[in-house]
Design a binder for this molecule. Sequence first.
Ligand SMILES: [Zn+2]
Length: 105
Amino acid sequence: MYDKSDEELAKAEETIGTFPVEVIERFLSSVEARRPCEACGHSSWAHIPSYPLFQMHCTNAQSLVLQVLPIFCQQCGNTRLFNASRIDYFVRMEIQGDKDAAKNA
Ligand SMILES: [Zn+2]
């Protein structure tokens, strides 16, 4: 979860919101995001083209914002949300091999 100023959030969006589709696909595969649905058992998942991120605002503090990537069960509509900061970590560690990210995790 983020507790950042609007400027910091805009910068984070700029950075996190621009993952190439291939990177998102690699992340989703690495965490087995499309394993059978916990609600209905089906394994068919959909997403919004280009994988836009969504923001969830805390009801008690508007400065607390969570950026998430949703995928949807095509059978029942169950929605899985993946934290964008974890995708960012995946990019830095698994794709770019950022050693500093490992120290700060
Ligand atoms: Zn389902």
